[in-house]
Structures are given as structure tokens and as C-alpha cells.
Design a protein around this ligand. Structure first.
Ligand code: NAD
Length: 370
């Protein structure tokens, strides 16, 4: 197969879907073409791709392949340059029906890696985890950079400096990495999540879990989530959580919010009145901003100061660590490809495979997820 790796075109997207490491493996069985400059923002040179066995080409040639490996969903211009029947693999927005319809209309066969089920076999191709892990780390770095005080406690001849208090809202993959990173910097950490198993994970990292007790069986049942993901909690639980969080936020120096519910707007967890009650100079990093944000005061792509609090609405934090984000993403992609090539290295779609079935968005002009 001829496999193309174009440069990403979405503003701010610095990652690339294949690295010399993965190209080298693909090139043993396929013809690999890489758009010249595709890896530059991720610290990969054209020479490194060429040495790994790729041919450097222009954008059109990288798109006109049997299979195209992408980070982001192709835009209209990219779709129009791909041939009908092209297989596209990437983070293709499985909840965006318009985008799926457009790809189906272009007769692309599209696999969205974010849609892979959270099962053990899919771990090595779990792009949500590999990228959220990096984003959680970077969120703490951004917060530390904006925060005008020390993170660790410091005892000096000039007096003692208190450790920063960090509050993490939503403890999935990003939240766990944010806890671990803030811990390494010496902060004192508290965290909140709806899902009960998270408590043990939070405590094992040396942070304190903010317990919002379940008052009904319904609350307890919904909090279990589905397939590892959270579901929207009943309003009364959210209100009680909000009250507790309001009190903890008043003491916090840094809040990192990561709470997401697949296919829905992010839940509002830090209201304006809570921001107004925070200490001046505090920092909020709202990692949920691309899904509307966990704080209504966050502005996409900006850092704003509201009520004396710095609120960072930087989207796509993984793209700010482009080299490692690309390295892990490219390995996820390579692992996924094992499911769609048979023993003779021929492309095939095995709908009996639950990962293939879950990730396939469209095929032969038909949108398969509605
Ligand atoms: P996510 O990005 O979808 O959401 C982030 C966190 O926000 C989640 O922990 C969620 O429970 C939490 N959240 C949602 N609403 C909230 C609210 N109102 N208040 C507080 N928190 C709220 O989550 P994720 O990082 O994709 O991880 C989801 C789960 O999947 C985790 O348990 C993770 O360990 C698990 N996982 C399993 C596998 C596997 O088994 N293969 C792989 C990766 C992740």
C-alpha cells in the first residue's frame, strides 16, 4: 500500500502522525511518502524521515495515497484532494456528525482512534490516554509558569515560603498526570471526580480526595459511568460538589480542570462566584475548554484575568509538547494498523473486531456512526 503522511494544517497543530521510528516499520511492507516539512514542528527533519525509508513529497502527493495517516480530521481542501476509497486514520472527531458526513461524502474509509473502546487490548492504541497524559503534564507547567509564587515549600534564611495548594477537578488520565507532576514540584494536592474508583488512585499519588457522598442509589449508579467514562451527574450531586469545591477553591493557589463527558459539553464545575472567592494571583488551567470549559469565565486560546485570577484557556496542550506527543501518537497509530492489515499485509476491515467496528466512521460512502 502507498501510505501518506501529510503535514497537519489546523492552526496550532504541531504534531505529526508518523515518526522515523514508525515510518521505518511501515516502510518494510509499504511505500511511505511524507510531506516535506511535516515533522518540523515536532523536531523531526525531512532527512530523518528519508533515512527511515520514506520518500519526501509535496502536500498533494501525501494526500493522494491508498492510506493517509493524520492527527486531525481532514478539512475540505484535504478531503477534496484525496481519492475516493482512501483510508484515513487519525483523531477524526467521532461525535461530529457533520464531519463524518463530509468524509462519507468524499467516499473515504475513516477510522477515528478516539473511538476505540477502553479495553486492555486497545491500550497500546489509546490516543486519548497518550495525549491526555502529556496534556496533564503541560497544564501543570503552564500553571507554574503563570503562578507568581513557588510550588514547593521552602525554608530559607529570609523566611519560609508555603507550598502551593493545587486542586484538580476530574481525575482521568490527564488529572492523574497533573497530580503526579504537581506532586513532583512539591505542591499540596486535592482532587475531585465523580467516579468512585478514582479515590484510591488519587490517594496512591499522595493527594487528598474530596469526597462528595452519594445520597441515593441513582447517584451511586450514575457515578459508575460507562466504559470507564463519566456520565452527567444529577443536579443535586453537582450542587453539593459545587459547595465543597467552592470551599476548597478558596484555599487553592492553582486549579486544573479536566472534567469531560464524551459527546457532551464539559460540566461547569468552577462557577464565577467561586472564581471571585479565590485568592488574587491564583491560576486556573481549564483543560476542558475545547468542550466548552469547566469554568464559564475561560476564553478559548486566551489567558484572561478575572477577579484577580489568571484563567488559562489554551486548547490542545499536547501539541505544546509536539515531539513526545507525536512519538506516542505515531506508536498508537502503528499499533492500530496491525488490526487492518492481514498476514499478507493487505488492507481489510474485520467488523468482527470490536476495536475496528467502534473506530470505523464511514466506508464506501456510508456514515456508520450516527
Ligand atoms: P475523560 O477525559 O473523559 O474525563 C476526565 C475525568 O473527568 C474523568 O475521570 C471523569 O470521571 C471526570 N468527570 C466527569 N464529570 C465530572 C464532574 N462533574 N466532576 C468531577 N469529575 C468529572 O477521562 P479519561 O482520562 O479519558 O479517563 C476515563 C477513564 O478511562 C479512567 O478511569 C481511565 O483510567 C480509564 N482508562 C482505561 C483504559 C483501559 O482500560 N484501556 C485506558 C485509558 C483510560
Amino acid at each position: 500500500m502507498r501510505i501518506g503522511i501529510p503535514a497537519e494544517t489546523r492552526p496550532g497543530e504541531t504534531r505529526v502522525a508518523a515518526t522515523p521510528e514508525t515510518v521505518k516499520k511501515l516502510a518494510t511492507k509499504h511505500q511511505v511518502v511524507v510531506q516535506s516539512g511535516a515533522g518540523l514542528q515536532a523536531a523531526v527533519t525531512d532527512e530523518a524521515y528519508a533515512a527511515a525509508g520514506a520518500t519526501l513529497v509535496g502536500a498533494d502527493e501525501a494526500l493522494q495515497c491508498d492510506m493517509v495517516l493524520k492527527v486531525r480530521a481532514p478539512n475540505e481542501s484535504e478531503r477534496s484532494r484525496m481519492r475516493p476509497g482512501t483510508v484515513v486514520v487519525g483523531m477524526l472527531n467521532p461525535f461530529d456528525n457533520e464531519n463524518i458526513a463530509a468524509m462519507a461524502g468524499a467516499r473515504l474509509t475513516a477510522f477515528a482512534l478516539e473511538a476505540a473502546p477502553r479495553i486492555t487490548r486497545a491500550q497500546s492504541m489509546d490516543v486519548l490516554s497518550s495525549q491526555a497524559n502529556i496534556a496533564g503534564y503541560k497544564a501543570v507547567m503552564l500553571a507554574a509558569n503563570t503562578y507568581q509564587r513557588f510550588m514547593p515549600m521552602l525554608m530559607t534564611a529570609a523566611g519560609t515560603v508555603k507550598a502551593a495548594r493545587v486542586l484538580i477537578m476530574g481525575v482521568g488520565v490527564a488529572g492523574l498526570q497533573a497530580i503526579a507532576t504537581a506532586k513532583r514540584l512539591g505542591a499540596v494536592i486535592e482532587a475531585s471526580d465523580v467516579r468512585p474508583p478514582v479515590k484510591e488512585q488519587v490517594e496512591s499519588l499522595g493527594a487528598k480526595f474530596i469526597d462528595v457522598p452519594f445520597l441515593t442509589d441513582e447517584e451511586r449508579e450514575i457515578a459508575q459511568g460507562v466504559g470507564g467514562y463519566a456520565r452527567p451527574m444529577p443536579a443535586d450531586w453537582i450542587r453539593r460538589q459545587g459547595e465543597l469545591v467552592h470551599e476548597r477553591a478558596k484555599l487553592a493557589d492553582i486549579i486544573i480542570t479536566t472534567a469531560l463527558i464524551p459527546g457532551r459539553a464539559a460540566p461547569v464545575l468552577i462557577k464565577e462566584e467561586t472564581v471571585a472567592a479565590m485568592k488574587p494571583g491564583s491560576v486556573i488551567v481549564d483543560m476542558a475548554i475545547e468542550q466548552g470549559g469547566n469554568c464559564p469565565l475561560t476564553e478559548l486560546g486566551k489567558t484572561v484575568i478575572k477577579h484577580g485570577v489568571h484563567i488559562i484557556g489554551e486548547p490542545n496542550l499536547a501539541a505544546l509538547v509536539a515531539a513526545d506527543a507525536s512519538a506516542l501518537y505515531a506508536r498508537n497509530v502503528l499499533d492500530f494498523l496491525k488490526l487492518v492489515f492481514d498476514k499478507e499485509d493487505k488492507f481489510h476491515i474485520d467488523l468482527e473486531d470490536e476495536i475496528v467496528r467502534a473506530t470505523l466512521l464511514c466506508h464506501q460512502g456510508e456514515a456508520l456512526r450516527k
